[in-house]
Design a binder for this molecule. Structure first.
Ligand code: 7PM
Length: 276
């Protein structure tokens, strides 16, 4: 299962690690430390040398209650970083945005993947993604980031998430996104209770039958805090356990804060899978 990310081919039958690079002033676990272009680049270099195949560059906080960001502000945050990483580093740049203008600009500057937590629901997004001609991650979300955690409800969370993803895939394909370029993500924490999240994690295999690679984001999420009682910066062991489960259930890309540690966990799963 090979995918072409703006000229970089990756075999997604193996699991790859995506490092999170927040370029927002209010990023929840980087504390806004990596804001300037230089510090973002420093962090990206470290993640690539730690084994990240992807760097997920995000300039709009998806944190519930975070202020909306203007297109210009998001472009100003993200473009210099995308450009610098594309010039210097051997990694696929993933652009974490819902804004079609940002998608288009980032693709021009060398981004190889569109990661839209709103599943291309913004006006014009499916068409821009198609025109960019790079793979797209379609993530499940219920509601809008501002309000999604207020009493999320499902008839059947596994079926509802699948149905949503199938519907958004159809929209993307109708706009011209190639089916082979679609990556799916159940969207842990995006309009889901703790129980919903664990039900989805327990049945990740079921999403696999849709036939697309899976991208999974569990790193430091509150569903891990809910079980361990740990604060966000104390969730590495729980994150690694969750990552291990996801790889064992067939995830192709893990979106994480702690690249080096996750690469180790992935390598153990691979060694055990390949042993005869
Ligand atoms: C507040 C709420 C802060 C949520 C940060 C988050 C995912 C993603 C994010 C994911 C994909 C976080 C999230 N999570 N993109 N972006 N999948 N594709 O905890 O699970 O990092 S932001």
């Amino acid at each position: 299962m090979k995918l072409n990310f703006a000229g970089r081919e990756l075999d997604l039958s193996r699991c790859h690690v995506m490092g999170i690079l927040n370029v927002t002033p209010d990023s929840f676990s980087d504390g806004g430390l990596f804001n300037s272009r230089e510090s973002a680049l420093l962090r990206a270099r470290q993640m690539v040398s730690d084994g990240a195949s992807f760097i997920d560059v995000g300039g709009e906080s998806t944190r519930p209650g975070a202020a909306a960001v203007s297109t210009q502000e998001e472009l100003d945050r993200v473009c210099p970083v995308v450009e610098a990483i594309a010039r210097e580093l051997d990694a696929v740049i993933s652009i974490d945005t819902s804004n079609p203008k940002v998608m288009a600009e980032a693709a021009k500057l060398g981004a190889g993947l569109i990661n839209d937590v709103r599943a291309l629901q913004r006006e014009g997004a499916p068409e821009v993604a198609a025109k960019a001609g790079i793979p797209v991650c379609i993530m499940h979300i219920q509601g809008e980031p501002e309000t999604m955690q207020k009493d999320p409800r499902y008839r059947n969370v596994r079926r509802d998430v699948s149905a949503f993803l199938v519907e958004r895939m159809r929209v993307a394909e109708r706009a011209g996104v190639r089916p082979e370029d679609i990556i799916l993500d159940p969207g842990f924490g995006f309009g889901k209770s703790v129980d919903h999240n664990y039900q989805l994690l327990a049945s990740l295999e079921q999403l696999h039958i849709l036939g697309h690679p899976l991208l999974i984001g569990l790193s430091r999420k509150s569903m891990l805090g809910a079980v361990t009682g740990r604060d966000v910066n104390e969730r590495l062991p729980a994150s690694l356990a969750a990552a291990t489960i996801a790889v064992m259930k067939g995830a192709s890309i893990l979106r994480v804060h702690d690249v080096r540690e996750t690469v180790d966990a992935v390598s153990i799963v691979r060694a055990a899978k390949e042993a005869v």
